[in-house]
Design a protein around this ligand. Structure first.
Ligand code: SF4
Length: 252
């Protein structure tokens, strides 16, 4: 699970360390130094990159998506210096957002972190399989968590992503990850207004043979679309039953 930047206890550099140079073309708008939940079994730092090509109504990081200019721009030099100090305590870095793959300088950021000996996990919505392919081919990523927002039909996906989505890209990203060259996890955030039980089974059938599909219950606190605010998520017992049915489809 990736945290909301609002709850991330984001670390900011001290005055005097916030220098600009040519390496800082890629803006980083959040830095969580230590997380125990973003990469199960590992201790990681989390970087939050701004902007996203989706507008999921349930998004809990919508400030990064809609108003990243309102967040502190944290210099890459500061991040690299802190990661060097944290090495030995953290296993790796989770690159999150927003949607990291929209950034042209993503590969150079990841290469620099990977070069310092830390593992890399990427959170993505799967809309840029070309970026995923490059990262995997260059051995720059160790784990990918990809959101699968809805059944792979245009109407369902556009409702869940808040924009029309080229499903060929999503299918291609799924295929790439299912080849298993890197550790991967699929995940779906479940919102009663958007997902019925049959939708989840449809997603699971599409992902059949995959190592995992994590169902995350929607958090009605401060979603991107205020109409979802305060609406009830599915009961945990229902979700547990769906998890069991999905596991049997994935591993059939
Ligand atoms: S893909 Fe959706 S949930 Fe993820 S950052 Fe973009 S708008 Fe938010």
């Amino acid at each position: 699970m990736t945290q909301s930047i609002a709850h991330a206890g984001v670390s900011l550099p001290q005055e005097g360390t916030r220098r600009q140079n040519g390496q800082e073309a890629l803006s980083i708008r959040g830095f969580l130094e230590t997380s125990f939940v973003d990469w199960p079994g590992k201790v990681v730092s989390v970087l939050f990159l701004p902007g996203c090509n989706f507008r999921c109504p349930f998004c809990h990081n919508h400030q990064l998506v809609l108003n990243p200019g309102g967040l502190e721009d944290i210099p890459r030099t500061y991040i690299m210096a802190r990661l060097a100090e944290l090495k030995g305590w953290v296993d790796g870095v989770c690159i999150s957002g927003g949607e990291p793959t929209i950034h042209p300088h993503l590969l150079s950021l990841i290469a620099e972190i990977k070069g310092s000996g830390l593992l890399i996990k990427l959170d993505t919505n799967g809309s840029h399989p070309d970026v995923l392919r490059s990262l995997i081919a260059r051995d720059l990523v160790d784990c990918v968590a990809m959101d699968v927002k809805a059944p792979l039909d245009e109407v369902s996906y556009a409702r869940a992503a808040g924009v029309p989505v080229d499903l060929e890209n999503i299918r291609e990203s799924i295929c790439l990850l299912k080849k298993g060259k890197v550790d991967y996890h699929f995940r779906t955030t479940i919102v009663p207004a958007l997902h019925k039980g049959e939708d989840l089974l449809h997603i699971a059938r599409h992902l059949s043979g995959s190592s995992s599909l994590t169902l995350q219950n929607f958090n009605p606190e401060d979603p991107l679309d205020p109409r979802l605010q305060g609406t009830s998520p599915y009961p945990e017992e229902w979700l547990q039953e769906m998890r069991e049915r999905i596991a049997s489809i994935l591993h059939h």
